[in-house]
Design a binder for this molecule. Sequence first.
Ligand SMILES: CC(C)(COP(=O)(O)OP(=O)(O)OC[C@H]1O[C@@H](n2cnc3c(N)ncnc32)[C@H](O)[C@@H]1OP(=O)(O)O)[C@@H](O)C(=O)NCCC(=O)NCCS
Length: 329
Amino acid sequence: MKKAGIIGIGSYVPDKVLSNFDLEKMVDTSDEWIKTRTGISFRRIGPENACTSDLGVEAAKRALENAKLSPEDVDLIIVASASPDMIFPSTACIIQSKIGAVNAAAFDIQAGCTGFVYALTSAVQFIGTGLYKNILVIGAEMLSRITDWKDRNTCVLFGDGAGAAVVSEVEEGGILSSVLGADGTGADLLALPAGGSKEPANPDTITNRRHYINMNGNEVFKFAVRILEEAARKAAEKANLTIEDVDFIIPHQANIRIIDAAIKRLKFPREQVVVNLDKYGNMSSASIPVALDEAYRDKKIKKGDKLILVGFGAGLTWGANLLEWNLED
Ligand SMILES: CC(C)(COP(=O)(O)OP(=O)(O)OC[C@H]1O[C@@H](n2cnc3c(N)ncnc32)[C@H](O)[C@@H]1OP(=O)(O)O)[C@@H](O)C(=O)NCCC(=O)NCCS
């Protein structure tokens, strides 16, 4: 198998900021509650005339520029999203057309907030076998479109954004191990119930607000803490390393209490954990690539650093990649 690594990275978040104080005017909540229970202060909201693919396009262009490649060089696009433009066709096909990646195959992956890790792991296989050379892996979300702005249990958590990575063959480093998992018995814990074949759209599904994110927060919380630790440890083991060998952990950005509890269990230094959820909330499959891009641009991570990307989400799903960073600062 050839070695695969990230040779370009980029991200994009919309300009519009929604603060906890704005939310105080929309639902029965407070800045204090949101901050202490989640760690979130702000989130970004996409423009009315945009959709998920538009955010993905901006991130993809930045990643290609960083990789010094043109859209014609891309031979596969994988998009992870829990809020695709449509059920079909895939958002990957729409992005392919919008950026003019005329030589690329394209498909979507649905793995909730673990989407980017699933997509990156898939890209590693295609590079490994030599089937494709340059793969755009995109995590893009317009969660604001599927958020119930009347439900205080969920609407304070999510935000819009996109992150992208170009994955290609590398001589050294790159993605050293990957772990993916799923437990479909937890499917009902986090879902968008209607609009698919089970509950097709009808006046009742609209009245009952079944086209919005529905979540059992407490159960997801417990699962998340346990699985973040497990997945990160497994990724290290699979790479014949230990957690002590890792320079930075970039976890899915859902709730600061989830991250802190998992990091404590891992006995990993807190200052080596990349966290940006205070600014953006939970951007589902965009959270990890946006945090990774920001850490790279802030010169926090350097070539040769060992990183763990670790996520969890609807499905239930989870996953982790351990990689040795290939990009120069
Ligand atoms: C959703 C979450 C923040 C709730 O935090 P929590 O500390 O578990 O709070 P609880 O659910 O126990 O609710 C405590 C109280 O706060 C209330 N509450 C919920 N949301 C609130 C809000 N935005 N503002 C004020 N009060 C709120 C609840 O109604 C409850 O009130 P009650 O005790 O009168 O019934 C937390 O469970 C969580 O983050 N879960 C994981 C969610 C997640 O990450 N999902 C995405 C996974 S990819």
